[in-house]
Design a protein around this ligand. Structure first.
Ligand code: GLA
Length: 723
């Protein structure tokens, strides 16, 4: 709901449990009065009136005691006279960088439209508020668009810049959202890591100064997810105020927190200003990607559940958004590049016998690709290697009762490829430097329309040639030597964002053209696990690291924002190919059941005993998957040596509890595991046994943890409501 209290020039945005209140000062500057638990009052301007003044600040507009630098500004400019880090920066033709935005008008309506060319969280249900700010002298308008997802407890914000004059404006910095707190007592929470250990939860206190989390890789990146939260120091999984932002974008981003000298905090998120500039001609509009803002008083657990629901309901556009996902087998860690038709079919037969529903042929099926060294870009099936056409292979896999899926890496071109030979100018590069190779490949210049069309046609041709039900869309290197031969000198700093716009156009066309295909995003694992990709592709490969123990941290961290149904989680060999760790099949299976279960294992080497166990795992997962993929997640324990989590079904009739002890310790007495999300007064049957336990007892007293002397021990419980 959005209340516009005209006389007070106040805008009260309300979700079920939160309020965001914005206000126009007499001077026309916009301030944030409040963001937090829902409040019901109709007058809030006293909040700014009660801000105590400090000295050594200039009076704004010559008004005595009016000091803009102490106001919690909604979309702050730099240097007029606020001197803190601004939300935006424009440069004008005369070299001036001073912008003075004052409130102009507002518009409110129902139903949020998709942002043109950009992934968007959408719903017919939500209320939208557009606030127009203007600098009359510089002839520029900034429109802040807020959308209230009342039912989901979330608010989105994006920003559009309009050049309403006749001269060029250079956009040098443009955050999509900025919120100013009159307080600084927060912990900073980020999801950070590296390739193979993406999205680890990290928490630290913040102090006066500036903290920036960013990506300069033209991908959201393995090292830093485009998410940032400020939490009360006492906040935990179940309690406490948490304020968070998540960027619906897959390229360079910046998430900043600044604590100023008066202990106020500015939280902002948007396109990375580093190496960015956009030339905005007269009458042109630049639309920023959007930020999702989630506040809760009920800790990190509730924050995650809000994102999960919102993303399943309103972000993921695929028809599979809420449909249970097939158990898949992927050929990568089973065969790498070393396969022929016979090997594939033997693997497929074995997989089908185990209950696998989708057989995915990973890298190595096209051009003359038998190693990382060549053929990316030449999306022509290697019929010699596959002993026939893709269509035949797909048919044979289908005949085994499985769907057939295929790997692509369409944004790339190998130096050794026909495509590069005929179009060396199609890669991202600058003129006078030899471009860097990474994994023997260059990045195609997706800012060029003809390159976008090439990719669309090449992928379509393969998809039209066979019954392909699934595509894994990979992206295995970051962009270096950022430059485009297609853009003039004064637009070179636009390349990174234009690349993303090009990628989004390709994905929009292909996912609409092939709505029945289940698309899975990947970027060397979780190098682009973000809401931008999820808009187009309903699941993402969480990490190239398939070690069950490392996956605990990766999947726990990822679950802070992204729903289980978005996470690809596979059982692989032991010893693990990435870290060499040995874990039991049971533990690997249980950890992979935190998301969409798959297998990447050489079934030709698997023993009969292991096959029987895998068959059982798959059958059990099929029973559980609706609850895992569409249910409600509770993270129960996140300590150094133990993890526990549970999923409850939407109707409350079932729950699955998982527990992992990392290292066995001597002389310890295991404690109890308190559950969450159950119903008071309802009895649950534990593990199909004779024993039943009441909901509140399970939540307050808990299940007894077993005493085991075993590293990497895992245990799962099933709870079924007694009818
Ligand atoms: C990336 C992916 C892997 C696999 C390989 C194939 O590393 O993350 O899963 O598909 O590429 O080259």
């Amino acid at each position: 709901m959005i209340e516009i209290i005209e006389s007070r020039r106040t805008f009260h945005l309300q979700t079920r449990h939160t309020s965001l209140i914005l206000h126009v000062l007499d001077s026309g500057h916009m301030v944030c009065l409040y963001w937090g638990g829902r409040v019901l009052d109709h007058s809030f301007s006293y909040i700014v009136k009660e801000i105590k003044r400090a000295s050594y600040l200039s009076d704004t507009d010559g008004i005595k005691d009016f000091k803009l630098e102490q106001q919690p500004l909604t979309y702050p400019a730099y240097g007029n006279p606020d001197m803190r880090t601004p939300a935006f920066m424009f440069e004008y033709e005369d070299g001036s960088r001073i912008t003075d935005l004052r409130y102009q008008s507002c518009k409110s309506y129902k139903g949020k439209r998709k942002l043109e060319g950009l992934p968007t969280v959408v719903s017919e249900e939500c209320q939208v508020l557009e606030l127009t700010l203007r600098d009359v002298a510089m002839k520029v308008e900034v429109v802040l668009t807020f959308a209230v997802f009342e039912e989901w407890d979330a608010i989105t914000e994006s920003v559009a810049v309009k050049n309403i004059g006749t001269k060029v404006i250079q956009i040098e910095r443009l955050m999509s959202s900025c919120y100013s707190f009159l307080d600084c007592n927060f912990d900073l929470v980020t999801l950070t890591g590296a390739w193979g250990r993406e999205c680890h939860f990290s928490r630290q206190p913040i102090r006066q100064g500036m903290f920036v989390l960013d990506s300069k890789r033209s991908a959201s990146g393995h090292g830093q997810n485009p998410f940032l939260a400020l939490a009360e120091p006492s906040a935990d999984e179940e309690h406490g105020n948490v304020y968070s932002m998540n960027f619906v974008y897959s390229g360079n981003f910046e998430a900043g927190v600044e604590i100023d000298m008066h202990q106020n905090t500015r939280l902002m998120m948007g396109l990375n200003a580093f190496d960015f500039n956009w030339k905005l001609e007269a009458d042109e509009v630049f639309q920023s990607p959007e930020v999702v803002m989630v506040h809760t008083k009920a800790g990190f657990g509730e924050m995650s559940r809000i994102y999960h629901r919102l993303y399943r309901d309103c972000l993921i556009q695929s028809k599979y958004a809420k449909q249970v996902r097939p158990v898949l087998f992927n050929s990568w860690e089973a065969a790498y590049f070393d396969f022929d038709k016979e090997r594939l079919l033997v693997l497929a037969k074995e997989a089908a016998n185990l209950g696998v529903e989708l057989f995915v042929l990973d890298d190595g099926w096209y051009g003359k690709r038998n190693s990382e060294k060549g053929s990316l870009g030449d999306w022509i099936p290697n019929e010699k290697k596959m002993g026939g056409s893709l269509n035949e292979l797909a048919k044979q896999v289908n005949a085994l009762g499985m769907q057939f899926g295929l790997w692509f890496e369409p944004e790339m071109v190998s130096k050794d490829s026909r495509l590069y030979e005929s179009h060396p100018e199609w890669i991202i590069r600058v003129k006078d430097h030899e471009p860097q190779l990474a994994r023997y490949q260059y990045v195609l210049d997706l800012s060029r329309r003809e390159v976008q069309d090439y990719i669309i046609n090449a992928v379509s041709k393969v998809l039209d040639s066979a019954n392909i039900s699934y595509v894994k869309w990979d992206m295995n290197r970051n962009i270096t030597d950022l430059g485009s031969f297609a853009l003039p000198n004064d637009r070179q700093k636009e390349v990174s964002h234009r690349y993303m716009l090009g990628l989004y156009r390709i994905l929009e066309v292909l996912t609409r053209r092939y709505p029945d295909v289940l698309w899975e995003g990947c970027a060397g694992g979780g190098g682009r696990f973000d809401a931008g990709i999820l808009y187009y592709m309903p699941q993402i490969w969480t990490s190239d690291d398939t070690d069950a123990i490392e996956r605990l941290d990766i999947q726990f961290g990822t679950s802070y924002v992204y729903p289980a149904i978005a996470m690809g989680c596979h059982v692989s060999e032991s010893p693990n190919h990435q870290v060499g760790r040995k874990t039991s099949l049971g533990t690997r299976g249980l950890v992979a059941m935190q998301g969409n279960l798959g297998y990447e294992i050489d079934l030709l080497k698997t023993t009969n005993e292991e096959k029987t166990a895998i068959k059982r795992q798959i059958a059990a997962y099929k029973e559980m998957r609706h609850t895992i993929q569409n249910g409600t997640l509770y993270r129960l324990v996140h300590s150094e040596n133990e993890r526990a989590w549970m999923y409850c079904s939407e109707d409350g009739s079932r729950a699955y509890v998982s527990y992992v002890q990392i290292l066995a310790k001597p002389n310890t007495v295991p404690k109890r595991l308190k559950l969450q999300g159950l119903q008071q007064g309802i009895h649950y049957i534990v593990d199909n046994g004779k024993e039943t336990r009441e909901g509140s007892a399970l939540m307050e007293i808990g299940l007894a943890l077993p005493k085991v002397s075993e590293d990497f021990y895992a245990r799962q419980w099933q709870l079924t409501r007694e009818e």
